[in-house]
Write a protein that binds this ligand. Structure first.
Ligand code: UDX
Length: 455
């Protein structure tokens, strides 16, 4: 028997999950309250950039295995319901807003006609699943038993399809054997491929997700703290990071010093985790995350400081090319983007900033309408006094430093992601500044020696 799956909330997480569930062979209905989003998805259009996902959605909507609706009642017959609605940062900055997950449960449960499993995937403050169970119990129709489980999602933007179909691990937070059996059935193919599974209680499953993101953020800020030390001492953080990463206990991943983390998850999740710890009376356990956040924000100021230094002490009237607006490559997401934050700070200090990004310009313009945007890297670079690489898209890493050197007024680059081929740029006459690295002058090749004439 083919399982039927509903996915409530078809934003980034939900659209990916719905498409991947269809890819696993299930009949899937995606539900969202936003009619524009549903119309787009139904036509196989994705309202955001994510490599590989539009093709998957189009294939399964065309085949009839995947459909989208604004009517939550149409999800009532599904065997398993996945909750994928957002948990944005609260306007007061203190914790995550869980009103959408509660609204999703409250919207779905009264329509259920048979026992059901609702599986949360959203990142939530620990304790939310138990609250949702109470809510579901209070709203369930007579004779219907609704159970809540938690199955956190670890997908990365830009790699969401791959991360969903071939995850590093699966986590099932369950309160009964029946819930575990249902989740094992849903993920049969993924588990069959050897994916590690951790089965836990609801609370632990909720904690895994926020802990994973807090750990990743801590690792990035740790190496960025070392970068600060390098800047004070003349060391080179890229060498320190490489050597640290060879220690198998540490590893290379998330140890790249640079402009730091942004996006819709890491910054929000560490703040929400601290806020929840405060509510639980154990705020001291997580005070270090305040430092993690502060170190991260200091990197953005550092880039502005370096830019000011590079152009001789004042940014006023200087033309600065900013390469990158998305918070990282392979996404058009500009939420809490370090690149845009820096661009806006430079503009505030009087620089003439031109920003280019291969995918994120429309989103950037919506958030920072007063910045100037270019249609190409070449347009951003024209006559620039200073070039800043702030998002390491491969398009930028592949630029020919000699050729782009011909476009700018001054061959000066700040590499906010320590990603460029340092010597290649220096040999093309560029002065190079990375983060946590000494300033590097252009490399001037010694002139070929005069041939010694015999006699
Ligand atoms: C993150 C988690 O990785 C994912 O598991 C979770 O489900 C959602 O949050 P994402 O927000 O897509 O995913 O971005 P990620 O690839 O983790 O990068 C986060 C930020 O850290 C980016 O701004 C990136 O530029 C920065 N980063 C990453 C570094 O500064 N240094 C590194 O070494 C790695």
């Amino acid at each position: 028997m083919t399982l039927t799956i509903s996915v409530i909330g078809t934003g980034y997480l939900g659209a990916t999950h719905a498409a991947c569930m269809a890819e696993l062979g299930y009949a899937v209905v995606g539900v969202d309250t936003d009619p524009a989003k549903i119309a787009d998805l139904s036509d196989g259009r994705l309202p955001f950039y994510e490599p590989g996902l539009p093709e998957l959605i189009l294939a399964h909507t065309s085949a009839g295995a995947l459909r989208f609706t604004t009517e939550v009642a149409e999800a009532a017959d599904a065997d398993v319901h996945f909750l994928c609605v957002g948990t944005p940062q609260r306007p007061d900055g203190l914790g995550a807003d869980t009103s959408h997950v509660r609204a999703a449960v409250a919207g779905l449960v009264p329509h259920l006609r048979r026992d059901a499993l609702i599986v949360g995937k959203s990142t939530v403050p620990v304790g939310t699943a138990h609250e949702l169970q109470d809510l579901a119990d209070s709203l369930a129709p007579e004779g219907v038993r609704v159970e809540i489980a938690w199955n956190p999602e670890f997908l990365r933007e830009g790699r969401s399809v791959e991360d969903t179909l071939r995850p590093d691990r699966l986590v099932f937070g369950v309160a009964s054997d029946a819930a575990e059996r249902s989740l094992r059935a849903v993920y049969e193919r993924v588990l069959g491929a050897g994916t590690p599974l951790v089965v836990s209680d609801l609370v632990s499953a909720e904690l895994v997700k926020v802990s994973a993101n807090a750990f990743l953020a801590t690792k990035i800020s740790f190496i960025n703290a070392v970068a600060e030390l390098c800047e004070a001492t003349g060391g080179d953080v890229t060498a320190v990071s490489e050597a640290l990463g060879h220690d198998a206990r540490i590893g290379h991943a998330f140890l790249k010093a640079g402009l730091g983390f942004g996006g819709g998850c890491l910054p929000k999740d560490i703040r929400a985790m601290m806020a929840r710890a405060g509510e639980l009376g154990v705020d001291q356990a997580l005070t270090f995350l305040r430092e993690v956040d502060d170190i991260n924000m200091r990197r953005r100021h550092r880039v502005v400081e370096l830019a000011t230094e590079e152009v001789g002490g004042s940014l006023l009237g200087r033309r600065v090319a900013v390469l990158g607006a998305a918070f990282k490559p392979l996404t058009d997401d500009v939420r809490d983007s370090p690149a845009l934050n820096v661009a806006a700070q430079l503009q505030l200090r009087g620089a003439g900033v031109r920003v280019y990004d291969p995918q994120a310009i429309d989103n950037a313009r919506a958030v920072f309408p007063t910045l100037t945007y270019a249609d190409s890297a070449a347009e951003a670079l024209a006559d620039a006094d200073l070039v800043l690489l702030l998002t390491e898209w491969s398009e930028f890493l592949e630029l020919d430093p000699e050729q782009v050197g011909g476009l700018v007024a001054q061959r000066r680059v700040i590499d906010g992601r320590n990603a460029l081929d340092t010597d290649g740029w220096r040999r093309a006459g560029w002065s190079y500044r990375g983060l946590g690295r000494p300033r590097m002058e252009p490399i001037v090749e010694p002139a070929a020696p005069e041939p010694v004439l015999a006699g």
